[in-house]
Design a protein around this ligand. Structure first.
Ligand code: NAD
Length: 473
């Protein structure tokens, strides 16, 4: 058996498999180590372990569940540096990005652990009472992508466990290591079976969505896969939270200072090498300042260091995996084939690692692939606009509806535009503000349901109405 330092966790036990696959470092294309590939039998075992653990976990006082979830945050903090390095190695991101993700995972575990959903007393006439309360669903499945592997797992694990559910979670086969390790560490805190982590290919995700004893699926990934999840969850009417893709517009009004805003617009678009569901993916700039903003963006982009995230000073890493690298390369080729002009980038160097340079495309047609598709890589179309009604229409002209941003000195004007955008989040003069207390979710085909906040916590619960009155004398 190849070296497999990280095990799956089933019923509190470390589990290895005969079959395994290699996790690849995207900055070098070299294998890091192998990880287990779960079979259907492993999934059945994990779901059974979660089912057995459920009644006791549900019946534990909320304060005890909250304390244990807080402890999970402590465990990540005690191993913070090792998590940061492992995340950089398996995901490819730069050090600052990895610190943000691991720091965020700690923070989310601790903050979500403070949340609870109060019962709503609808009628209170002494002995006669009607109360609507929140009860856990049972066994919840979590399925996560490769761009923020640990943070997006924590966004599911923390509320699921606080609400009283038990869980089976599967990381992306491209980034399984941090999540597997977190699962192993968690066993020193949680009762066996409360949190089970399985690694495997896409088929494991599908088996989870079909499993008759899983009551809910919390999924983050592409819209295409989200549709499949929804279809197969229909078999036993699973509850669903789907956080899916986006094609987020940013609208830049003519009153901004191009030099001052370039840095913010750059990071709005290229954080995590643009492998960010809420990255700005269409940058609409008013024609009066288009050239000036474009010039400042190019200047700023040239100062950003791209490379292996473990190298000091590197801010942007490679694309996370070969499949995505090929997709983004193909998009660049499409731009070239159509004769679109690059203000920066466009050419991929023949060197190890899945590196794609920051590429800015100069005002391509609105119906071109680079505008219509979610690139999920560092290729950004800069688009000119003149008229507000026109830009709002173009911004909304997409099946996606995840997030958007508007940039202006005139906050009221920006807000009037923001209110016309069909997205789950709209930022004004900022982006990527998230919190355990802020609801996050997509409109249209960017998702179903909410993560974070009490709205997110409620998605891990059934609603139960309890009506009581004394027996008639
Ligand atoms: P993906 O859909 O390919 O995979 C996501 C997860 O689903 C992986 O764990 C994968 O193994 C699993 N999976 C694959 N096929 C499945 C199936 N048939 N049934 C069940 N599970 C299956 O997505 P990805 O490429 O890992 O991630 C990139 C996508 O995720 C982008 O579209 C991005 O916008 C989106 N994303 C959305 C958010 C958000 O919060 N809205 C956050 C991050 C990423």
């Amino acid at each position: 058996m190849k070296e497999m330092p990280y095990a799956m966790t089933i019923g509190g036990k470390r589990v290895f498999t005969d079959a395994s696959d290699a996790a690849i470092n995207p900055a070098t294309e070299k294998p890091i180590c192998n990880f287990p590939l779960a079979t259907r039998a492993h999934l059945d075992e994990a779901v059974e372990a979660a089912r057995v653990a459920f009644p006791q976990w549900r019946d534990r006082p909320l304060a005890e569940r909250q304390a244990l979830v807080t402890r999970l945050g402590d465990l990540v903090e005690e191993n913070k540096e090792a998590f940061i390095r492992l995340l950089i190695t398996e995901q490819g991101k730069g050090r600052a990005g990895a610190e943000w993700e691991i720091g965020g995972s700690i923070y989310w575990l601790r903050e979500v652990a403070k949340q609870s959903l109060p019962a709503e007393v609808v009628v209170d006439k002494g002995d006669e009472q009607i109360v609507t309360r929140h009860t856990p669903i049972g066994v919840v499945a979590g399925i996560t992508p490769w761009n923020f592997p640990l943070l997006l797992a924590v966004w599911k694990i923390a509320p699921a466990l606080v609400a009283g559910n038990t869980m089976v979670l599967k990381p992306s086969p491209f980034t399984p290591l941090c999540t597997l390790w977190f699962g192993e560490l968690a066993q020193s805190v949680l009762p066996p079976g409360v949190l089970n982590i399985l690694s495997g290919g896409n088929e494991l995700g599908q088996w989870m969505t079909e499993h008759p004893h899983i009551g809910k699926v919390a999924f983050t990934g592409s819209t295409a896969t989200g549709r499949k999840v929804m279809a197969s969850a229909a078999a036993n009417l699973k509850r669903l939270t789907l956080e899916l893709g986006g094609n987020d517009p940013a609208i830049v009004l003519p009153d901004v200072d191009p030099k001052k805003i370039a840095k913010d617009l750059f990071w709005a678009s290229f954080s995590n090498s643009a492998q960010f569901c809420v990255a700005c993916k269409r940058l609409y700039i008013h024609e009066d300042i288009y050239d000036a903003v474009a010039k400042e963006l190019v200047e700023y982009a040239k100062t950003v260091k791209v490379g292996n995230g473990l190298t000091e000073g590197v801010e942007l890493g490679p694309i996370q995996n070969r499949m995505q690298f090929e997709k983004v390369s193909n998009l660049l080729k499409d731009c070239k084939d159509r004769g679109q002009r690059f203000l920066l980038g466009g050419d991929i160097a023949d060197a190890p690692g899945y590196f794609i340079p920051v590429s800015l495309v100069d005002n391509p047609p609105e119906d071109s692939r680079v505008v219509v598709e979610e690139a999920f890589g560092p290729v950004l179309p800069l688009l000119k606009f003149k008229d507000i009604d026109d830009v709002v229409k173009r911004a909304n002209n997409t099946p996606y509806g995840l997030a958007a941003s508007v940039w202006s000195k005139d906050v009221q004007k920006a807000e009037a535009i923001a209110s016309r955008l069909e997205t789950g989040t709209v930022w004004i003069n900022q982006v990527h503000v998230f919190s355990p207390d802020i609801a996050f979710g997509g409109h249209k085909q960017s998702g179903v349901g909410i993560e974070n906040s009490l709205h997110g916590l409620a998605e891990y619960c059934n609603t139960q109405t309890l009506m009581r009155k004394p027996l008639a004398a």
